[in-house]
Design a protein around this ligand. Structure first.
Ligand code: DVN
Length: 263
């Protein structure tokens, strides 16, 4: 008898679907809609969970499209108040620490869909109705239109399109390109802000407290961001080492000189 063997080699270069993916997204959906934002208690998490998996199961994980995620997008629409959208790039930990304290701000991961998918991986296979727990496409070595990247591009696009008033972005002043043209923030979000609704983008550029250098707002990459926005008729303002967020950094390094004085 020829038993069907489990795959002997990993098809893709990236890690496979997160174990218990379906249970995690379903649980997160209920946590978010019942506990974090009970005003969204009417959302149908069973339907949302099915729409999520239907977006990628039995499909080629390298030919994912925005269209695949449309039913999921329609079930998870959510209003973010004007002036409360908080974008970020290369500041994953710090931005979410700040959003945890300043509860009125919404990062994408503080919205239902971002909250559900945060930190997870998923992909399917055209020849199977199951998730692929063995491997998923790596966006650099396998393909850019993979199920996870297309998802984040799609939800990031909607998040930016929906923004209004002043939009904030938390950037990292201690990396080579604070405004990195390859980032989701640069590729997707900046170009999908609607100038009729968003009059200003305010950047907070935070430096690593252990090596504070000169003014990051005058860096070439930030000037490039300012230029792109001026062409799009959006005012750009930039603040270096915004004090409330500096205080968060000081929680970790209370003995640092910039944390000891003038508080
Ligand atoms: O404003 C936020 C948020 O709204 C989000 O959707 O986009 C912004 C953050 O993304 P970013 O500007 O690309 O910021 P980072 O710090 O470069 O990337 C954050 C995370 O997204 C990283 O884990 C990236 O994975 P990596 O580079 O470590 O392998 C990941 N990421 C970036 N571009 C991606 C992506 N993941 C999948 N597909 C992409 N195209």
């Amino acid at each position: 008898v020829m038993w069907r063997q489990p795959p002997q080699h990993r098809e893709w270069k990236g890690a496979g679907t997160t174990a218990h993916f379906y249970e995690i997204i379903l649980g997160r959906c209920y946590t978010y809609t019942q506990i974090v934002r009970p005003e969204l208690g009417h959302k149908d998490c069973q339907k949302i969970g099915k729409a999520f998996t239907n977006a990628f199961l039995s499909k080629d994980p390298c030919s994912s499209t925005e269209q695949d995620y449309q039913p999921l997008m329609e079930l998870t629409n959510q209003t973010v108040p004007c002036d409360k959208t908080l974008l970020w790039s290369k500041t994953n930990e710090l931005v979410h620490e700040y959003a945890w304290v300043q509860r009125e701000f919404f990062t994408l991961e503080n919205t239902l869909l971002g909250y559900m998918a945060d930190g997870l991986r998923w992909c399917g296979d055209p020849g199977s109705p199951e998730m692929n727990y063995q491997s998923c496409p790596d966006r650099r070595t396998d393909c850019s239109n993979n199920s996870v990247s297309v998802f984040w591009n799609t939800v990031s696009k909607r998040f930016a399109e929906d923004a209004c008033g002043v939009v904030h972005v938390l950037l990292n002043g201690s990396v080579h390109n604070s405004f990195d043209e390859r980032s989701t923030f640069a590729r997707v979000e900046v170009f999908n802000l609607h100038p009729e609704k968003v009059h200003t983008l305010q950047a907070w550029v935070m430096q690593d407290i252990r090596n504070i250098s000169s003014d990051s707002c005058s860096d070439a990459s930030i000037k490039n961001l300012k230029l792109i926005l001026s062409k799009r008729n959006i005012t750009f303002t930039c603040e270096n080492n915004y004090r409330p967020i500096r205080f968060l950094q000081c929680v970790k390094y209370p003995e640092h000189s910039s944390c000891r004085s003038k508080i």
